[in-house]
Ligand binder design. Structure first.
Ligand code: TEU
Length: 516
């Protein structure tokens, strides 16, 4: 596995790449039922990764190098090994800790779950516990895995606990906090049925419209946290993970007294299609402008099939959180071309952009991991109809001829095996190659820093299936999603292109130009 020492040793790489900040997924003590999103202690570091002293040293060195650090806050649920949940189980029905979670009696004499909600990872969102007397008893709610019981945010102890956790990390000097599963942190009172059929799946459930998602009371939590963060010096940033129904709902998360920024899933979920991408960009910008929040763009994450692979599919690939059909054919060369063009699109948009580790190397999804290597709960819980999210989490290749490609201290296999073909994608193999994807990202990030600040986006009409816009006078971006070449003559001086291009921009390529 990676650890804090390893991450620290790679900070120079991140500086050279040209990013401003690093977001790390949860590094807290965890039984790892869901890649660390099942936290058993919010104020410590999992020993697999290091110690609090290592975290402090990483933060100090990141700051020395001009990088900021964003940590992940998982507050919708805890691990089932969290002291609260253990006490809730051990103490039986009367344990006060049951009120920190959603414990309910079942229906049909206790045998059936209290309502029809389903888990994001498949199956019912309720699990029945065995009471201390050895009998089956109450049920508890988990929107994700059974090892991740949901907290009841109406309980004052839950609110107070996380006020303190937020302060704990801000006191240590972290620059930002990602709010995991932000829309989940309030439920419609009474926990009414959602109206799902017994065999409903995550896909069919219209997840964002459920009575456990994006309920207005969730915003009270963000206002609390914002008041806390505003008491700190420096600019501390919240970024929410909010998959909600459309831009207007999204904009509520970033009202002036709530979170500063939010991931934007309309863009992530758009396929390689000019109209869909145009609509996602416009919808997001239009919704965020009135609340004065900057936009945030993401193409890949630890939850989604890598976009290089998605864009190489015949369907041109919307992201589905690990629930893609198995075995869909992929044209990786086409995917790579589109992914490189998409990088120039994303990095030209106004606002912030998050890169997912390895996209700068052009890593594809690893679709043929051996079954015994798979770890993600979506795999088992989907009834093995979906591959899950392991294929985007395979560690980066750094150097050398064969796995582990410089990942980790020794020659052992990483926790998820890397394909031998990644030799050519290793950092060392790309670093000095001008045509490499790493070089493209480095150049784009440098130019972005030099040229772009607050300039608004204005679209140009270069024909169907061509995305073209100016960022003030600083930069013109042209992305050809059509099947015909687009002449570049008269559009400006080329600064950076996603492939070698001549007078025309070929299909599935992009160019940055200095407008005349
Ligand atoms: O993801 C959960 C989340 O809010 C979304 O993935 C959402 O459920 C879905 O996209 C709805 O369309 C976060 C983490 O990123 C993920 O890795 C964890 O497994 C999950 O929370 C549980 O903590």
């Amino acid at each position: 596995m990676g650890d804090i020492g390893g991450l620290r040793s790679r900070l120079p790489y991140l500086v050279d790449l040209g990013v401003d900040a690093v977001w790390i997924t949860p590094w807290y003590p965890s039984p790892m039922a869901d890649g660390g999103y099942d936290v058993s202690d919010h104020r410590d570091i999992d020993p697999r990764y290091g110690t609090l002293a290592d975290a402090d040293a990483l933060l100090a060195e990141a700051h020395e190098r001009g990088l900021r650090l964003v940590v992940d806050l998982v507050a919708n649920h805890t691990s089932a090994e969290h002291p609260w949940f253990r006490a809730a189980l051990a103490g039986g029905r009367e344990a006060p800790e049951r009120a920190h979670y959603f414990f309910r009696d079942g229906r049909d004499g206790g045998q059936a779950p209290p309502n029809d909600w389903i888990s994001a990872f498949g199956g019912p969102a309720w699990t029945r516990v065995t009471e201390p007397d050895g009998r089956p008893g109450q049920w508890y709610l988990h929107l994700f895995a059974p090892e991740q019981p949901d907290l009841d945010w109406d309980h004052p102890a839950v609110r107070a606990e996380f006020d303190d956790v937020v302060r704990f990390w801000l006191d240590r000097g972290v620059d930002g906090i990602r709010v995991d599963a932000a829309p989940a942190m309030a439920k419609v009172p009474g926990l009414p049925d959602a109206g799902h059929a017994a065999d409903a799946t995550f896909d069919s459930a219209g997840w964002v419209d459920n009575p456990h998602w994006d309920v207005d009371a969730v915003h009270e939590v963000f206002r609390r946290w914002r008041r806390i963060a505003d008491g700190y010096d420096g600019d501390r940033l919240f970024v929410s993970e909010a998959v909600v129904r459309g831009p207007e709902r999204l904009s509520r998360y970033v009202r002036p007294d709530e979170l500063h920024t939010t991931f934007n899933f309309d863009y992530l979920r758009a396929p390689w299609d000019a109209r869909a991408l145009h609509a996602a960009v416009d919808g997001t910008l239009a919704a965020l402008a009135p609340v004065g929040a900057p936009a945030t763009w993401v193409l890949s994450s630890h939850d989604e099939t890598r976009h290089l692979t998605r864009f190489g599919r015949a369907s041109s690939g919307a992201a589905t959180m690990g629930f893609d059909a198995l075995g869909a054919p992929v044209d990786l060369a086409l995917g790579r071309r589109r992914a490189r063009a998409a990088a120039l699109l994303t990095l030209a948009l106004p606002g912030g952009a998050y890169l997912y580790q390895g996209e700068e190397l052009g890593l594809p999804e690893v679709e043929d991991l051996p079954e015994e290597a798979l770890q993600d709960p979506t795999w088992e819980r989907s009834g093995r109809t979906a591959r899950g999210r392991d294929g985007c989490r395979v560690p980066l290749p750094w150097s050398g001829e064969r796995p582990p490609f410089g990942f980790g201290p020794g020659a052992g296999q990483p926790w998820l095996p890397q394909p031998p073909s990644w030799r050519d994608l290793a950092v060392a193999a790309q670093r000095d190659a001008p045509a490499s994807t790493l070089s493209l990202y480095r150049s784009a990030l440098r130019l972005r820093r030099e040229l772009l600040a607050e300039e608004p986006l204005s679209w140009l009409d270069l024909g169907d299936d061509v995305l073209a816009f100016d960022r003030g006078r600083a930069l013109r971006c042209v992305v050809n999603l059509s099947a015909r070449p687009v002449p570049l003559g008269g559009l400006g001086r080329p600064l950076l292109t996603s492939e070698d291009v001549g007078a025309d921009l070929p299909p599935d390529t992009a160019a940055w130009l200095a407008p005349g």
